[in-house]
Design a protein around this ligand. Structure first.
Ligand code: FES
Length: 119
Protein backbone atom coordinates (compact mmCIF):
# COMPACT_ATOMS: atom_id res chain seq x y z
CA UNK A 1 0.00 0.00 0.00
CA UNK A 2 1.24 3.47 -0.84
CA UNK A 3 0.48 4.91 2.60
CA UNK A 4 1.95 1.98 4.50
CA UNK A 5 4.72 2.97 6.88
CA UNK A 6 7.90 1.56 5.46
CA UNK A 7 10.53 2.51 7.99
CA UNK A 8 11.28 2.56 11.68
CA UNK A 9 14.04 4.38 13.55
CA UNK A 10 16.87 1.92 14.11
CA UNK A 11 17.05 3.16 17.72
CA UNK A 12 13.56 1.67 18.24
CA UNK A 13 14.80 -1.73 17.13
CA UNK A 14 17.55 -2.92 19.47
CA UNK A 15 18.80 -6.51 19.18
CA UNK A 16 16.03 -8.96 20.04
CA UNK A 17 13.23 -6.42 19.55
CA UNK A 18 10.10 -7.01 17.44
CA UNK A 19 7.86 -4.10 16.44
CA UNK A 20 4.84 -3.42 14.27
CA UNK A 21 5.35 -1.47 11.05
CA UNK A 22 2.08 -1.41 9.11
CA UNK A 23 1.22 -4.98 8.14
CA UNK A 24 4.67 -6.22 9.08
CA UNK A 25 6.41 -7.61 12.13
CA UNK A 26 9.85 -6.05 12.01
CA UNK A 27 12.67 -7.17 14.22
CA UNK A 28 16.36 -7.26 14.91
CA UNK A 29 17.82 -10.75 14.77
CA UNK A 30 21.35 -10.52 16.10
CA UNK A 31 21.93 -7.16 14.45
CA UNK A 32 20.20 -8.08 11.19
CA UNK A 33 16.81 -6.47 10.58
CA UNK A 34 13.97 -8.57 9.22
CA UNK A 35 10.33 -8.09 8.21
CA UNK A 36 7.64 -10.76 7.95
CA UNK A 37 3.88 -10.55 7.58
CA UNK A 38 2.19 -10.05 10.94
CA UNK A 39 -0.51 -12.72 11.09
CA UNK A 40 0.36 -16.09 12.54
CA UNK A 41 -0.60 -18.95 10.20
CA UNK A 42 -2.28 -20.75 13.07
CA UNK A 43 -4.99 -18.46 14.46
CA UNK A 44 -3.86 -15.06 13.22
CA UNK A 45 -2.19 -13.70 16.36
CA UNK A 46 -0.19 -10.53 15.82
CA UNK A 47 3.42 -11.63 15.45
CA UNK A 48 4.67 -8.10 16.07
CA UNK A 49 3.79 -8.89 19.70
CA UNK A 50 5.93 -12.02 19.57
CA UNK A 51 9.48 -12.56 20.76
CA UNK A 52 12.75 -13.84 19.35
CA UNK A 53 14.10 -16.98 20.97
CA UNK A 54 17.74 -18.00 21.48
CA UNK A 55 17.86 -19.48 17.97
CA UNK A 56 16.58 -16.29 16.38
CA UNK A 57 13.14 -17.71 15.62
CA UNK A 58 10.07 -15.50 15.94
CA UNK A 59 7.75 -17.00 18.57
CA UNK A 60 4.00 -16.37 18.36
CA UNK A 61 2.57 -14.71 21.48
CA UNK A 62 -0.48 -17.00 21.61
CA UNK A 63 0.52 -20.67 21.21
CA UNK A 64 4.27 -20.36 20.64
CA UNK A 65 4.56 -21.46 17.03
CA UNK A 66 8.10 -20.68 15.88
CA UNK A 67 9.05 -19.10 12.56
CA UNK A 68 12.30 -18.78 10.64
CA UNK A 69 12.26 -15.05 9.85
CA UNK A 70 14.61 -15.55 6.87
CA UNK A 71 12.19 -17.79 5.00
CA UNK A 72 8.83 -17.25 6.72
CA UNK A 73 8.59 -20.97 7.39
CA UNK A 74 6.90 -22.27 10.54
CA UNK A 75 9.61 -24.48 12.04
CA UNK A 76 7.57 -25.62 15.04
CA UNK A 77 3.81 -25.83 15.34
CA UNK A 78 1.56 -24.40 18.05
CA UNK A 79 1.39 -25.62 21.63
CA UNK A 80 -2.33 -25.26 22.10
CA UNK A 81 -5.30 -23.73 20.33
CA UNK A 82 -7.93 -21.09 21.11
CA UNK A 83 -7.66 -20.48 24.89
CA UNK A 84 -5.81 -23.72 25.62
CA UNK A 85 -2.05 -23.54 26.08
CA UNK A 86 -0.27 -26.84 26.46
CA UNK A 87 1.07 -29.86 24.60
CA UNK A 88 -0.78 -30.92 21.45
CA UNK A 89 1.78 -33.02 19.54
CA UNK A 90 -0.44 -34.44 16.76
CA UNK A 91 -2.27 -31.17 16.24
CA UNK A 92 1.01 -29.23 16.17
CA UNK A 93 2.30 -31.48 13.38
CA UNK A 94 -0.93 -31.04 11.44
CA UNK A 95 -0.74 -27.24 11.61
CA UNK A 96 2.93 -27.26 10.70
CA UNK A 97 2.05 -29.45 7.73
CA UNK A 98 -0.39 -26.97 6.21
CA UNK A 99 1.77 -23.99 7.21
CA UNK A 100 4.45 -25.42 4.91
CA UNK A 101 2.28 -24.13 2.08
CA UNK A 102 1.34 -20.88 3.83
CA UNK A 103 4.65 -19.35 4.79
CA UNK A 104 4.80 -15.84 6.18
CA UNK A 105 5.62 -13.25 3.56
CA UNK A 106 9.17 -11.97 3.87
CA UNK A 107 10.11 -8.41 3.01
CA UNK A 108 13.65 -7.11 2.71
CA UNK A 109 14.59 -4.85 5.64
CA UNK A 110 17.81 -2.86 5.52
CA UNK A 111 19.53 -0.33 7.72
CA UNK A 112 19.68 3.02 5.94
CA UNK A 113 21.07 5.96 7.90
CA UNK A 114 19.22 6.18 11.20
CA UNK A 115 16.34 4.03 10.00
CA UNK A 116 15.49 0.47 9.14
CA UNK A 117 13.72 0.63 5.78
CA UNK A 118 11.41 -2.00 4.29
CA UNK A 119 12.05 -2.37 0.57
S1 FES B 1 -2.06 -18.05 16.84
FE1 FES B 1 0.08 -18.28 16.63
S2 FES B 1 0.49 -20.20 17.45
FE2 FES B 1 -1.66 -19.98 17.65
Amino acid sequence: MADEPDRIPAADLPPGAVRRVGDWAVGNRGGAPFAVSRRCRHQLADLSEGTLDAEGCLVCPWHRSRYDVRTGEMVEGPRGFLGYHGPTPGYSQLVRGYARYLKLRVRRAVRRGDDVVLE
